[in-house]
Design a protein around this ligand. Structure first.
Ligand code: MN
Length: 498
């Protein structure tokens, strides 16, 4: 990763009074992968039937006591390690008091004064053509309960409450105000999502709400102190995060240049209309009257607990990208695509292992087959573990191409044939006689025939119309049923006709 500070990719808003810098900080709520909730044994599975996955403690039945789920602490520690944070051996759950119909306790159990993880960072690569690295530092990661859900569109004049989500464990990942554009914030959330999926600590399905972000936006003139920030609550898609930042920063610049002040508000972004509406004036900590939850003793963890989690740590995505580039000579974006999903990276590496061809560029050829051909044949919503084709079969096929037995074009048509059945590609080559024809004598004889059949094109070609090379190659492919070795054919055309 490039560690140098970004200079040429600085994003600025052009205002009437000059350029403005956009400052973004995020609070990402990520639902922890665990069988049961943070303080109860109720299931965390996604269910469409409301109020079916609720324990008495989740509905704040009087006298019920919360019991901490150790697995959630383990997942929080794992996430903290993956983000290079400092794991706190003593953390404390506090009550954050507020009223809301979907919060039956009248408070949320969260960690305010002593969170589980302090600090940490994530290096994010930003941009498509000109890629640069942005380090986003973290303030903290704390654990807390999720609230239930108010449903307003079920009945005409009534609202309903679904408490299935009530009490599910969340990690709140709080960044420093280190992002400088919508693009950087989107890249951060994308990278964070990939990391959490590799760690297996959050499934990060934003459409289902298992990851969502509060976005803090302010603007300032270069070098000026931080401006007043506005918080945009609960945005559940990367695209909307980008749109919200664009809209809010633009609005702030216009307001400031108009001589208005920015009020520290909590707002809602409506992705359908692009409108930003004020929900409430930002509360201060004091409004929540945080205090340690008397029902839950402080969480004490020791080195052996942390070390046990370290043992289970998978390779992190940034390290995997670097290794793929180095070991397999991939372009960075190819390595990123293949390491985005751990099932894909496993498929790729199994295929490499099965590919017994010692040729320069062999691994990259495999990478391109997966990115280009396999992905193109996968239907929407199907994971690579759900397809019939195995990494070993793909390796056999790619070996046929690398060894010059079939052309790439024939290779692709074989892939179509084995896609559903996972049959041995070598058998198809044999039974259908698909071997590539590289024999120069045969090919030369065909080129001579073509020379006879197309005198006009031959004359033009000799006159300097070299584009006709493609026409002759096409004729050869027709003659050979696509089996002529294109490299050899090109050379012979030049030799015979040129
Ligand atoms: Mn929170």
């Amino acid at each position: 990763m490039v560690k140098k500070e970004v200079t040429k990719n600085m994003h600025r808003i052009e205002g009437k009074t000059g350029q403005w810098e956009v400052i973004v900080g995020l609070e990402v709520h990520a639902q922890i992968v665990s069988q049961s909730k943070l303080f109860s044994g109720a299931s965390t599975r996604f269910s469409r039937n409301p109020n079916t996955q609720v324990a008495l403690v989740d509905v704040a039945f009087p006298g019920m006591l919360p019991v901490l789920n150790e697995e959630c602490i383990r997942q929080g520690v794992k996430t903290g390690l993956g983000l290079q944070g400092s794991i706190q051996k003593r953390s404390v759950f506090d009550r954050k008091n507020y009223f809301y119909p979907d919060l039956p306790q009248g408070y949320q159990i969260s960690q305010f004064f002593f969170p589980l993880v302090l600090g940490g960072h994530l290096d994010v690569s930003v941009g498509k053509k000109e890629v640069y690295s942005r380090r986003v530092n973290l303030e903290r990661i704390h654990l807390e309960q999720d609230a239930g859900k108010s449903v307003h569109d079920l009945f005409p004049h009534k609202s309903a409450v679904d408490l299935n989500r009530s009490g599910i464990a969340l990690m709140e990942i709080v960044t420093k105000p280190d992002m400088r554009s919508a693009e950087e914030a989107m890249a951060f959330v994308r990278s964070l999502r990939i990391l959490l999926r590799h760690l297996g600590t959050c499934d990060a399905n934003m459409e289902e709400g298992s990851m969502r972000a509060d976005v803090n936006v302010s603007v300032r003139k270069e070098g000026a102190p931080l401006g007043t920030r506005v918080e945009l609550k609960n945005i559940n898609s990367i695209k909307f995060i980008g749109q919200a930042i664009e809209a809010e920063s633009q609005r702030q610049v216009e307001a400031l240049e108009d001589g208005q002040n920015i009020a520290q508000n909590t707002c809602m972004f409506n992705p359908k209309t692009g409108d930003i509406t004020v929900m409430r004036a930002k509360e201060d900590e004091v409004d929540y009257r945080y205090f340690p939850d008397p029902d839950i003793p402080p969480v004490e963890i020791d080195d052996s607990f942390i070390n046990a989690v370290k043992e289970e740590m998978p390779e992190l995505p940034n390290a995997m990208v670097a290794r793929f580039c180095k070991d397999y000579a991939l372009e960075r974006y190819e390595a990123e695509i293949l390491s985005e999903d751990k099932d894909v990276s496993r498929f790729f590496e199994q295929a490499i292992l099965a590919l017994k061809v010692q040729k320069e560029g062999a691994a990259r050829e495999m990478a391109l087959w997966i990115i280009g051909e396999v992905f193109a044949r996968m239907s929407e919503g199907v994971s690579i573990t759900g397809i019939a084709l195995t990494p070993e079969r793909l390796a056999q096929l790619v070996a046929l191409v690398l060894n010059g037995i079939v052309s790439r074009a024939i290779g692709k048509s074989i892939l179509d044939k084995i896609w559903q059945s996972n049959t041995n590609p070598e058998e198809i080559v044999k039974s259908e006689g698909l071997e590539q024809i590289s024999d120069e004598e045969t090919l030369r004889a065909w080129v001579k025939e073509i020379e006879q059949q197309h005198p006009k094109e031959v004359a033009a070609y000799r006159d300097g119309k070299v584009k006709l090379q493609g026409f002759f190659v096409g004729q050869m492919m027709k003659k050979s049923g696509g089996k002529a070795n294109p490299q050899v054919v090109n050379a012979i055309i030049k030799e015979v006709i040129g």
